[in-house]
Design a protein around this ligand. Structure first.
Ligand code: 6PG
Length: 228
């Protein structure tokens, strides 16, 4: 099942999908570390990937060779539980004791513009990433790239986001160019709430998730509830 440059993969349940994604992350890490001595992962925010992170927390992995980046972040205080960095640390990174310098949160507490500038400098030497994980919102957004929002056409790797329709309004996101700069890209879509956006995507709507996934040649893992 495909739309230009994108392959859809159907899974019965969110749990089955999370199991497959966790195995793919570990396999991509094994290959990257064997080839380049490190594994650079761009982690997805939101709730959908939390089941994947919980499985990775139970996996035996040598975190010293992993670098965990974020595709986007919410401009909230550093210890706010609604931050993607906080949710991922709680679900996975703290339990596996990933060396602190190997988790590279977006400094969104500094404000969107400053954080975007700082993070662009940090990630530029790490391209191409080994694996990019993405989610999709009910309006077809991915990371913090929202429908109707201006998208940078230049070489920018990060962008400040304001007036986001999903709270909080101020965010930082990697750009479509940066999110499509992975050796491998997996998009995770679960739940009936995503059905309409997924149908629009498959009908060719130019949603942000479609733009990034098609540029990346992504695989889209979908559960039965979202597929409909
Ligand atoms: C965020 C995310 C966002 C998320 C989608 C899906 O910070 O909110 O990065 O892009 O991936 O909104 O969210 P759920 O997985 O919670 O449905």
């Amino acid at each position: 099942m495909s739309v230009t440059g994108v392959r859809f993969q159907l899974h019965d349940t969110p749990e089955a999908l999370a199991e497959v994604v966790a195995a793919r992350v570990l396999e991509a890490a094994r290959r990257a570390i064997a080839a380049r001595g490190r594994f650079v992962l761009v982690a997805a925010g939101g709730r959908t990937p939390l089941q994947v992170y919980a499985r990775l927390a139970r996996a035996r992995l040598d975190g010293s060779r992993w670098l965990v980046l974020h595709g986007d972040e919410r401009c909230l205080p550093v210890d706010d539980p609604a931050r993607n960095s906080h949710a991922i640390a709680a679900a996975w990174l703290d339990p596996v004791a990933l060396p602190p310098n190997n988790h590279l949160p977006i400094p969104a507490e500094l404000g969107a513009e400053t954080a975007a500038r700082r993070y662009a400098e940090l990630i530029a030497p790490l391209l191409p990433f080994d694996l990019v994980l993405l989610g999709m919102g009910e309006d077809g957004h991915t990371a913090s790239l929202f429908p109707g929002h201006p998208m940078p056409e230049d070489e920018a790797l990060t962008m400040a986001v304001h007036h986001a329709p999903k709270p909080p309004a101020d965010r930082v996101s990697l750009t479509p160019r940066a999110l499509a700069a992975g050796r491998e890209t997996l998009v995770l879509v679960t739940g009936a709430g995503k059905r309409e956006a997924l149908a629009r995507w498959r009908d060719g709507a130019g949603l942000p998730v479609a733009r990034v996934a098609e540029a990346a040649g992504a695989e889209v893992l979908v559960d039965a509830a979202a597929w409909g």
